[in-house]
Design a protein around this ligand. Sequence first.
Ligand SMILES: [Fe+2]
Length: 297
Amino acid sequence: MTIDKTSDQLKNSGFYIIKNFVDQSIVKKIKSKTIKILNDASHLMKAVNISKVLETQKKDKLSEVMIHKKKFFITKKEFSEGYKIYSKKTDSVEVKDPLILIPEFNELIFSEKIISVCRKFFKSSDMHLLYVAFRCHFKNNLPDVGLNFYHLDETYNKTIKSKAVLKFSIPFHLKLNEKSDKFEFNLITVNKKKIQIKYGKDILKKMHYTSLNEFIPAIRKKNFTPKVTSGDCIFFDPINFFHNAVKPKKLRIMLYVVVGRKSNYISKKTKKIKMLKNDYNNLSKVQKNFAKLIKKI
Ligand SMILES: [Fe+2]
């Protein structure tokens, strides 16, 4: 694929897929490591106990609430009961220090293929890895929360100017060649700027954290589920294209990476991402530039 086609597709449809990016043996290895990690509380970050939140407040608008009110968390004791049990109480959990815990991620995230797509998107090599999250989403009976609703990765905080970021994610739970194993991610394949020109200034805020059936039919029609299967890597533009994740039908294992410029507000969090000095030293000059802002220990 030429330079123009990659950035054109990202610009026009909001996403781009590298097929068969991860070897199936690596997918399997990471999946089995993940199951062990999920049963070890010491590797898990705080997770909201949604069942508990539901007991104390109205069930109608959990989208905004869940993002801001992280008052109730799964306790250590609950984590120690294993993910089969605590997964009924929360939508997802994030794993601590993924680049150290799962060394296989380094080769994937710092691959020249990835860096090349990012370069084409930013039309510059002045961009870096800003955040890495390894998150598992659970199948349960809890209502939709947060990213289950369509949204833009925008803060709508007037003091923070949204700047370009590119996200990429890799699933580790999908079965290869299984048609029923649909990727749990949708996006509206129209740039927000076009939506705004056509429907006015307020439309974006109105669409933020809502469901597909609340959209204008013409916009709803542009909803698309990218054909991502096991081993694929999908890039998307989360600032300009509305997207959501649907609740999974089985354990959903996802690696998420955010790429952007140093001036982006997200770079304040980049120091929290740790990688081993040894792994960093083995990188090429181009890769080192990509990994520049993360913490080496
Ligand atoms: Fe998002």
